[in-house]
Write a protein that binds this ligand. Structure first.
Ligand SMILES: CC(C)(COP(=O)(O)OP(=O)(O)OC[C@H]1O[C@@H](n2cnc3c(N)ncnc32)[C@H](O)[C@@H]1OP(=O)(O)O)[C@@H](O)C(=O)NCCC(=O)NCCS
Length: 153
């Protein structure tokens, strides 16, 4: 019977044992990826670290901090082969619920100025652009601006 049950993709907390798979995706989707240490530090610091999992494999993940009434999404990724299927939005909605449950009043994130796809998703969810951080990100041959976005919760 259980062998016939369909596995349903789900969101769960990130563990250190997920890092091998996470690093592969991270290096696939970002030109300037986070390191294993960045993810390890996020977990040991008590940040809210979650993964998307299907059939025992990770296909997305995100990290958020919450404090002083503010939440910040530090990173959000969906593996290249699973993008534009609604999973990025689902993970973001999970973070929005979590931030509300912790009484955060705003959720912030930064996005590269050139990352129009991600910014479009955030705007659709209700984020608005509130500031630009000049030269915030490393880029090929220089630096790139970050657009700071806020969702009022
Ligand atoms: C940004 C990201 C997390 C979104 O997750 P996703 O699962 O692909 O997004 P969803 O399926 O939930 O939403 C798709 C919507 O987002 C926008 N979008 C996402 N990626 C896009 C792209 N490459 N080009 C254009 N629009 C894009 C569109 O509005 C799209 O809607 P549509 O498919 O109906 O046109 C994912 O694409 C990703 O990991 N990208 C690489 C890493 C990255 O840029 N992370 C964000 C850093 S701030």
């Amino acid at each position: 019977m259980s062998a016939q049950l369909k596995e349903i993709p789900g969101i769960r907390q990130m563990f250190v044992t997920d890092l091998d798979e996470i690093i592969v995706i991270e290096q696939e989707v970002f030109l300037f990826p986070w390191t294993r240490g960045n993810f390890g530090d996020s977990m040991s610091s008590g940040y809210h670290c979650y993964v998307l999992e299907f059939a025992g494999h990770i296909f997305g993940y995100g990290v958020m901090t919450i404090g002083s009434g503010e939440a910040h999404v530090l990173t959000l990724s969906v593996a290249a082969g699973s993008q534009r299927e609604g999973w990025g939005e689902k993970l973001l909605q999970h973070f929005i619920c979590l931030a509300k449950a912790h009484h955060a009043r705003s959720l912030f994130l930064e996005v590269r100025k050139s990352n129009l796809g991600a910014a479009g998703l955030y705007e659709r969810i209700g984020f608005r652009k509130i500031a630009t951080r000049t030269g915030y990100y490393p880029a090929m041959g220089g630096r790139e601006d970050a657009i700071v976005m806020e969702l009022t919760l």
